[in-house]
Design a protein around this ligand. Sequence first.
Ligand code: KG4
Ligand code: ZN
Length: 333
Amino acid sequence: MTVILGIESSCDETSASICIDGKIKSNIIANQLVHAKYGGVVPELASRAHQQNIIPTVDEAIKQAGITKEDITSVAFTRGPGLLGSLLVGTSFAKSFALARNIPLVEVNHMQAHILAHFIEDPKPQFPFLCLTVSGGHTQIVLVKDYFDMELIGETLDDAAGEAFDKTAKILNLPYPGGPLIDKYAADGNPKAFVLPEPQIPDLNFSFSGLKTAILYLVQREMKADPQFLEHRMADLCATVQDRIVSILLNKLKKAVKQTGVRQVAIAGGVSANSGLRKQLQEMGEQRKLDVFIPKFEYCTDNAAMIAIAGYHKFLQGDFVGQEITPLARMSV
Ligand code: KG4
Ligand code: ZN
């Protein structure tokens, strides 16, 4: 029996998961609510919260899986990319656990793990497939050739898609993280209420910083005429912004399908929880006869189940690391 303990601590979620023979048995996530009042993640507070949360989170994951610590055969942890102080907590915990129990240690790339979340449940994609990974820190189109053989074929030149949602939310006076709130308001709005530019970026790369500026100018202009503009038009604003971000993402994904000839497409990362993106990708798949893979909500945003499943596949390959391993704030896919 292969029992993997997965640990995730790259940003502001402390998470632990147990994977037994490739099946996820528990996935516990401790959210850090402390950041909301600061309008974004405060790295120092995130590290402290990870330190407080990690042991109870791991204990709960073990309990829910119905096993004991002695049953664990390997520990997998997020090495990066992420906030260094946050990564250090998960890395140190995983190293100590592996040392104390004398079991192998597996390092996992967080961006690869978002993609490998598609191997938690059926239907699973076949290799090769394309994955649009959209999170708070990254926006990438990846050609996935095998579990750990991935080629980055497009990425953002400035802000990530999640950042575009969060920064827009700030302009609209919505609390952090703004993505889920924009999604909620957008449900009642008209996506064509305002005109927002689509950036003309070559290749398969993205840019979102111009969009943020365009929204800021639009809000400033409209507020001169109606100081209550935000209250009056929140749903329309959110629907328009969401529709524009989704169209920027999907236009590049269509281009990637055309360029590579690969007809299986997946989305991953926090922004793949967005209902507009999920719906429009589904429609794109039906129109273009593509096989579309959309993760369950609980596997979109940061979680340790994706670390445990990635760790399981590395364990099968005997790909272990030693106690000298250190986390990395930057890591390519
Ligand atoms: O993958 P993730 O949990 O953390 C990172 O690795 O960055 O992604 C977090 C990002 C945040 O920017 C958040 O606003 C965004 O995902 N997000 C959403 C939705 N849910 C989370 N953005 C749009 N719509 C959503 N429903
Ligand atoms: Zn993430």
